[in-house]
Design a protein around this ligand. Structure first.
Ligand SMILES: CC(C)(COP(=O)(O)OP(=O)(O)OC[C@H]1O[C@@H](n2cnc3c(N)ncnc32)[C@H](O)[C@@H]1OP(=O)(O)O)[C@@H](O)C(=O)NCCC(=O)NCCS
Length: 327
């Protein structure tokens, strides 16, 4: 079955509630109306109801039975402020909380924290930092995860190939324990998209072929990840060709179960990760779905500002899948 058809089947009937803080944006409204009409999830829009409804009317869209919550006129605002101050434990005063929670991303993230929503999709008009900072501060990393990281699901319809690339979006230069944690979270993300994970810890060296502190970091991360998750197939350090190509693997890493079969590629830093996924996207013809934030207690999706309505529709489905799978 085509990937998104299978994902839709998995979320249908689960009735996950997803918050959309950028409610006046036409791409968001169009996608939300379709998601609701298709019965895929229960959307909450954030904004001034009159303005949001007017924006929908202009586009001929129906927002019937879709809840719209206004941060400037919310009957549980005081409770939200109190909960935020408690969560920030000394890092925000009541006055600061009152001001921050009129920001739609902080407000939307707090709806998740209060248990009123299962996930959030934002970033069509906000930067990555402004979209994910509230999540880092409020939702926080889940037990066992050292950091929140950004994975891409790379899909190419012509040959049905599917891979996970991480971290391409959040941690600039993760240390070895963080890189190990990213590898384990990436395996979990892969599994939620029906990929049986074989995790390659990428470097410019294969199994000691080169010596450098960069290589040592990846080798150390591999050892930490193997110890922490012995049930997973994780190996490194591997060059991309040894990880991907069975012939090269048989020469460079003949003992490895992962080399030649890898489908989860963990990059040593954000430069290689970000460059790597864009090369696969632009030269390799892969669709890059993400960044899928992993390691958070609840899912938050950071859209690209260049996204279109179809992207929002699909990425909300991905967010609901993360909510269903608890990752
Ligand atoms: C994600 C990012 C925006 C966070 O920036 P920031 O707000 O300046 O981060 P801070 O260091 O002030 O941290 C804010 C909070 O988030 C937490 N945090 C930061 N990075 C985190 C991570 N990767 N995982 C979990 N928590 C994190 C901090 O611990 C801090 O929590 P606290 O306030 O409770 O102590 C920043 O790491 C970044 O810009 N990353 C690169 C993003 C990017 O440009 N990507 C490129 C293309 S998509």
């Amino acid at each position: 079955m085509e990937l998104f058809e299978s994902l839709k089947a998995q979320i249908k009937g689960q009735n996950k509630t997803i918050v959309f803080p950028e409610a006046k944006d036409g791409r968001i409204l169009g996608a939300v109306a379709r998601l609701k009409a298709d019965g895929l999830l229960n959307p909450i829009l954030v904004g001034n109801p009159e303005e949001v409804k007017a924006a929908a009317r202009e586009r001929g869209l129906s927002l019937e039975n879709i809840e719209i919550l206004d941060p400037n006129n919310y009957d549980r605002f005081d409770e939200m402020v109190e909960s935020f101050v408690e969560r920030r434990a000394g890092k925000a005063t009541v006055e600061q909380a009152e001001s921050l929670l009129t920001n739609v991303n902080y407000f939307g993230t707090m709806l998740i924290h209060l248990g009123l929503a299962d996930g959030m999709v934002s970033g069509a008009i906000h930067s990555t930092g402004d979209t994910i900072r509230p999540a880092l501060q409020i939702i926080k990393t889940k037990p066992g995860a050292k950091a929140v990281s950004g994975a891409f699901l790379m899909v190419r319809s012509r040959d049905q190939e599917k891979y996970i690339f991480a971290d391409c979006a959040v941690n600039i230069d993760p240390d070895a324990p963080t890189l190990a944690s990213i590898a384990i979270d990436s395996a979990e993300t892969a599994a939620s998209f029906g990929i049986e994970p074989k995790v390659a810890m990428l470097s410019f060296s294969t199994k000691g072929s080169a010596k450098h502190a960069f290589v040592d970091k990846v080798a150390e991360a591999t050892a930490i990840a193997k110890e922490a998750a012995p049930e997973l197939d994780i190996d490194g350090e591997l060059q991309f060709d040894a990880a991907y190509d069975a012939v090269v693997a048989s020469q460079k890493a003949p003992e490895s179960k992962v080399a030649g079969n890898a489908n989860v590629f963990v990059f040593p830093d954000i430069q290689s990760g970000n460059i790597g996924y864009k090369i696969a996207q632009r030269l390799g013809g892969f669709e890059a779905i993400g960044p899928i934030l992993q390691g958070l207690n609840k899912p938050v999706f950071d859209l690209s500002r260049g996204c279109n309505e179809e992207d929002v529709y699909k990425l909300a489905i991905v967010t609901a899948i993360q909510a269903v799978n608890g990752n």
